[in-house]
Design a binder for this molecule. Structure first.
Ligand SMILES: Cc1cc2nc3c(=O)[nH]c(=O)nc-3n(C[C@H](O)[C@H](O)[C@H](O)COP(=O)(O)OP(=O)(O)OC[C@H]3O[C@@H](n4cnc5c(N)ncnc54)[C@H](O)[C@@H]3O)c2cc1C
Length: 235
C-alpha cells in the first residue's frame, strides 16, 4: 500500500463495538470487536485504535489486526504487564456496549506475489502472522507458495499455538517454535541457503529484535528490498 493510500486510510475511522476479551497466556490478552460487513484489510496490516470510553492523555495505539479478513471479526492481541499504561488499563475495562475507534487499515506488511515467504515472529510479533497464515489457509494454500513461520519466544509463551498447529496440518505452511536466538539463526541460515534472494523475509516483533534479525539477514547477502519489517515500539 502506498504512502498516499495510507494517509487516505488513516482518515477512515470506524467505531468497533466491543464483544469480549480473554487472557491468551501470562500478560497477553485478546480483544474481539464486531466487524462491519464492508470493512476489510490486507492480512498483516494494522489499525490505529483509540480508547473512547474515558479521557486519556494519549488514547491511540497501533495494533496489528490479528484476525484474517475472511474471519467475521476484528481481533487484536496485546501484551499487558502488571505495570500497564493507562491505555492498556482502559482496554481491560472494556465491556459490552462500549466501542473503540479504529482508523485504517494501514501499512505495507502483507504478502505480495508468490515468492517463498519466511515469516519471523518475535513474541507478540506473531499477531500480523496469525492473520496472514489464517488468510492463506482460507484461500487453500497447498504448496504453490512455500511459507515457513519461525516463532521465537524466550519464555515459550506461544500464543495461538493450537490454531497455528492446525493451520500447519491443513496446509503446506510449516511452523517452528523456537526459544533461542542461536537456533533461530540456524533456521534462518537454512532458508537463506535454500531460497537466497528468491525468498521474501518478513519480520515482526519488538523493534530491537526486528532490527537485529534484519541486520543478520542482510549480512548474509540478502538484499534489503527482500526484507519487510513490522517493528513494534514500546517493548
Ligand atoms: C505497526 C505496529 C503494530 C503493533 N502491533 C501490536 C500488537 O499486535 N500487539 C501489541 O501488544 N503491540 C503492538 N504494537 C505496539 C503497541 O502499539 C504499543 O506501542 C505497545 O503495546 C506499548 O504500549 P504501552 O501503552 O504499553 O506503552 P507506551 O505508553 O506506548 O510507551 C512504551 C514506550 O514506547 C515509547 N513510544 C511510544 N510511542 C512511540 C513511538 N511512536 N515511537 C517510538 N517510541 C514510542 C514510549 O516512549 C515508551 O518508552 C504495535 C506497534 C506498531 C508500530
Amino acid at each position: 500500500m502506498s504512502f498516499f493510500q495510507d494517509v487516505f486510510s488513516v482518515f477512515k475511522k470506524r467505531d468497533l463495538p466491543f464483544i469480549e476479551s480473554y487472557k491468551e497466556s501470562d500478560g497477553i490478552y485478546s480483544f474481539l470487536f464486531e466487524k462491519e460487513k464492508d470493512m476489510t484489510w490486507k492480512a498483516g496490516q494494522h489499525g490505529l485504535f483509540t480508547i473512547t470510553h474515558k479521557k486519556l492523555k494519549n488514547p491511540i495505539r497501533p495494533f496489528s489486526v490479528a484476525s484474517a479478513p475472511t474471519e467475521n471479526i476484528v481481533k487484536i492481541t496485546v501484551g499487558i504487564r502488571d505495570d500497564a499504561s493507562d491505555f492498556k488499563k482502559a482496554m481491560l475495562e472494556l465491556k459490552q456496549g462500549m466501542t473503540v475507534t479504529m482508523a485504517g487499515p494501514v501499512g505495507s506488511f502483507y504478502i505480495k506475489g508468490d515468492s517463498p515467504a519466511i515469516l519471523i515472529a518475535g513474541g507478540i510479533g506473531i499477531t500480523p502472522f496469525r492473520s496472514i497464515v489464517k488468510q492463506l489457509e482460507s484461500e487453500g494454500n497447498r504448496g504453490e507458495k512455500p511459507v515457513h513461520l519461525l516463532y521465537i519466544d524466550s519464555g515459550k509463551l506461544y500464543v495461538y499455538k493450537d490454531e497455528l498447529d492446525e493451520i500447519a496440518n491443513n496446509t503446506s505452511i510449516s511452523v517452528n517454535y523456537l526459544d533461542s536466538r542461536d537456533v533461530l539463526h540456524q533456521e534462518i541460515d537454512k532458508y537463506i541457503s535454500l531460497y537466497k534472494n528468491e525468498g521474501k523475509y518478513y519480520i515482526a516483533g519488538p523493534k530491537s529484535m526486528v532490527d537485529s534479525i534484519s541486520t543478520y539477514i542482510q549480512n548474509h547477502n540478502i538484499s534489503k528490498r527482500n526484507i519487510k519489517k513490522d517493528a513494534f515500539f514500546g517493548y
